[in-house]
Design a protein around this ligand. Sequence first.
Ligand code: 5GP
Length: 141
Amino acid sequence: MSAYDPSNIFAKILRGELPAHRIYEDDRAVAFLDIMPRAPGHALVVPKAPARNILDIEAADLAHVAQVAQKVARAQMKAFDADGITVQQFNETAGGQVVFHLHVHVIPRQEGVGLKPPQSEMEQPDVLAEQAERLRAALAD
Ligand code: 5GP
């Protein structure tokens, strides 16, 4: 497996070098909206620690990311009146990983509505901004 590369997109978001619609942050993790959502409200949870994926992350950081994913899922149920939540996490190219900083996808689902294909369409910034606002409010509840 390759070493962690700090020039990946999510490392740049964590350092504030690239913008993102952030919905949650604590001392060890950040959550923000996926720029090409597979469903409205599709969020990504990332550890602040520089981990490539599940194969090299410290167990405590992985556990913390899972806890934040649960908070985000609960907020999505409220903010999007969701019927369910899909959680996905990909590792290495063969496992479907495209960005090499560990992330967990947390995706609100509506009964009978399929997911869009991965990375199919860039969402409008104003749509993401409104959804992020809704999620921040639900997370603060
Ligand atoms: P994976 O590595 O798990 O296959 O997926 C990477 C995810 O990152 C995709 O869902 C893609 O839409 C998302 N993504 C790629 N570039 C950016 C970006 O610059 N900003 C945000 N917020 N998401 C991104």
